[in-house]
Design a protein around this ligand. Structure first.
Ligand code: FES
Length: 104
């Protein structure tokens, strides 16, 4: 499945995502600038914050603990998510993650 990342300069990256992996893992594997995933997905760092733009199906909504963590990020928007909490699946084909400019 294809996943698109856009870095703060507007550069686009098309990455082959593995169903079952998190969007953060997909991004760090592809060395997307600004997606660090420092805590490994334990929801303790927020260095995986991105804005999510679904192409088709939307990922399941965030749990309360993710919402709380995201609320502490810089440049929060309504579509802010922690990408470590979004598990890729075929239904999410074409989903786009935009890296906030505060993370580079
Ligand atoms: Fe640390 Fe997502 S990788 S909160």
């Amino acid at each position: 499945m294809r996943v698109r990342f856009i870095d703060p300069t507007g550069r686009e990256y098309l990455v082959e995502g593995e169903p079952g992996e998190s969007a953060m893992r997909c991004a760090t594997r592809a060395l997307i600038p600004g997606v660090l995933g420092e805590c490994g997905g334990a929801m303790a760092c927020a260095t995986c914050h991105c804005y999510v733009e679904p192409a088709g199906a939307a990922p399941p909504p965030p749990r309360a603990d993710e919402q709380e963590m995201v609320s502490g990020c810089l440049e929060v928007r309504p579509n802010s998510r922690l990408t470590c909490q979004i598990i890729l699946s075929a239904e999410l084909e074409g989903i786009t993650f935009v890296v906030p400019s505060s993370q580079v």
